[in-house]
Design a protein around this ligand. Structure first.
Ligand SMILES: *[C@@H]1O[C@H](CO)[C@@H](O)[C@H](O)[C@H]1NC(C)=O
Ligand SMILES: *[C@@H]1O[C@H](CO)[C@@H](O)[C@H](O)[C@H]1NC(C)=O
Length: 243
């Protein structure tokens, strides 16, 4: 079948120029409307995100201290078991999804620091992980849209921000609160493990957590495993209504 003849294209006359201008103006108007709506929705969500929080920093701090007290001799495995058992009893599985597989560890490289993590909970507005290394590590904390509570369980974490000439020192049982937007150099001196609780916009932290793997370690199996487990936990939470 022959294709229909197309009329030859002439030079644009003033009418089509005018139409083009009107179309662009309309397009711009629509874009501005979409952007302002998105900003408005973003502001609104940021104001109400607190209502999705399930975990309580004070409880997690007390729980960390109780776990340390119940497991002397720096028994990291015992401390973790204690924490997970308490969380399981404290939070019904209909309210929040917890990953009870305490052997599901993976490497985590971020901000130049390296350790291993076990994801206890991950949702859109909160995560709870055990992070640490028996060797020690240091790096940049990252700059996050979330408050980050580092409950030190074993070993010590040190930190400093430009301007400070002495280090901050966080022994077991203490909390290093990295408030939203705060950035520091930190060091897990020698061996250190922490219960890290973050609340805020968790997906925005993903690029920081992923860049070292994509640009430095090229440890793609770990990258994909981390992405898969995080997605599994986040979706599992969404399915029970935990945002
Ligand atoms: C969990 O830990 C908190 C803080 O230590 C404690 O108050 C609470 O009684 C514990 N709950 C259970 C079920 O052990
Ligand atoms: C536990 O580790 C700390 C260092 O964080 C050390 O000072 C302490 O002696 C250790 N305790 C035991 C019982 O091994």
């Amino acid at each position: 079948m022959a294709s229909p003849n197309k009329s030859p294209k002439g030079t644009p006359d003033s009418t089509s120029l005018k139409t083009g201008f009107l179309t662009s103006a309309l397009g711009l108007g629509i874009l501005i409307t979409i952007f302002s709506t998105l900003i408005g929705v973003g502001r609104y969500l940021d104001n109400i995100k607190d209502k999705w929080y399930v975990f309580d920093p004070v409880h997690l701090h007390q729980l960390s201290q109780a776990a340390i007290a119940a497991n002397p001799a720096n028994d990291t495995a015992g401390i973790i078991q204690y924490i997970v058992a308490n969380l399981t009893q404290t939070y019904p599985s209909t309210e929040v999804r917890l990953n009870l597989d305490v052997n599901e560890w993976m490497f985590n490289n971020a901000g130049g620091a390296m350790g291993a993590m076990y994801i206890i909970h991950a949702s859109i507005t909160e995560y709870l992980i055990i992070f640490g290394t028996p060797l020690g590590t240091e790096g940049h904390s990252g700059l996050h849209l979330a408050d980050d509570y580092f409950n030190i369980l074993v070993g010590e974490q040190w930190a400093f921000a430009p301007g400070a000439l002495e280090k901050e020192r966080y022994p077991p049982g203490s909390v290093n609160l990295m408030a939203r937007g705060v950035k520091k150099q930190y060091k897990m001196h020698e061996g250190c493990f922490a219960l890290e609780y973050a609340r805020g916009w968790i997906p925005t932290m993903a690029p920081f957590g992923a860049m070292d793997a994509l640009t430095s370690t090229l440890d793609f199996p770990t990258f994909f495993r981390t992405a898969r487990i995080t997605a599994r936990e986040m979706i599992g939470n969404i399915l029970i209504g935990k945002i």
